[in-house]
Ligand binder design. Sequence first.
Ligand code: PLP
Length: 441
Amino acid sequence: MNEMQIPRRNNLDAFWMPYSDNKYFKSTPRMLARAEGMSYFTPEGQEILDGTAGLWCCNAGHGRREIVEAIQKQAAVMDFAPTFQLGHPIAFEAAARVAEITPEGMDRVFFVNSGSEAADTALKIALAYHKARGESQRVRLVGRERGYHGVGFGGMSVGGIGGNRKQFGAQLPYVDHLPHTHLPAQNAFAKGQPEHGEHLADVLENLVALHGDTIAAVMVEPVAGSTGVLVPPKGYLEKLRKICTKHGILLIFDEVITGFGRIGTNFGSERLGVTPDIMTMAKGLTNAAVPMGAVATSNEVYSTIVDGMPSGIELFHGYTYSGHPLASAAAIATMELHRAEDLPGRARTMEPYFEEAAHALRGTPGVIDVRNMGLIAGIELEPRTGKPGARAMEVFRTCFDEGVLVRVTGDIVALSPPLIMERPHVDRIFGTLADAIRAVP
Ligand code: PLP
């Protein structure tokens, strides 16, 4: 077909946009055409300050020359090579670089292409681990209400966001959920970890009492992001860890958002002082320049599965693009920036200023809660009667038109700027947001 004959409207029609109101977007498109440092630029050239690091991913800022050049160089050397029964050096190097910053003893890295694939891979590894130990009755998976682990069948089922599940009906069997940890009556406007809610981890004991030794794994986000920034109450993750260890259950942390410096340490587990058995990651792994995710496991999980198999393929799982050369090149360059620029340290340094700016929104009409940790903040708005989400969506659109990108989920505005942010960026993001909240009753 001659490209000149395709009307512009049809160009928008073809792309079925993910997680989007397609009809609204296509009637009023808001496009991003270029990105650099802390900002996006529209096709018309308007600068949009990025308060979200894309989608919680571009921690080192946009358009980083070091990553771009690494991808270009690798594309010219070797576009693709499989990693099934073959290898190429930079996939191994990328895994080793990731293992340098994972918690001690979690040195085995399985590459995937997204956070969703990481979640499903982690769940399958947990099942394979128990089977290798002769505990094949452990097939039950436990997630948490309001958890988000992507959109594969495993992650969707273990995830606890009703809206992501009810459209589809069929889900994984043998899944249970812990209660979420959002206790606004006791914890509203908490800075960092809230005081109340440790006891909610005890529900895992109830599930063990109900299901006996059939639980394989518990998967939670250290700080839940997509559901609107839920910071774990003090003592909660420690208690989950204790109960998992006591009953032989694997603890999986979904670090897709909290990984790579977002809350001031390499991974969330480090800041929160709790080490899981398996962790997932994606997004910041390549600064989002090429899709890539990963699962890191304890050496015990790895050796139980791999050394437990006398010969042949040890794990019947993998993706054509696991350890893709371009993604590996991007990951290595990103890990280098992460180290050289001390991105976790930058997040730590900026956190107090960011926290104060977020909590300064307390008292703005309609703001019913502010929550934060590291360079993540959630600002919850009072929903309009009978129209959940409408108010925050209008705030999002107003901010965009004023040149600031925020993210909304329900009536919560979530902020997760690149970790290279400076104070003037903080001022601009929160100034624009405050004006938008006042303008959108
Ligand atoms: N897990 C968490 C905690 C996430 O926040 C996300 C995405 O936001 C995912 C998994 C899914 O990642 P992806 O969209 O790359 O599949």
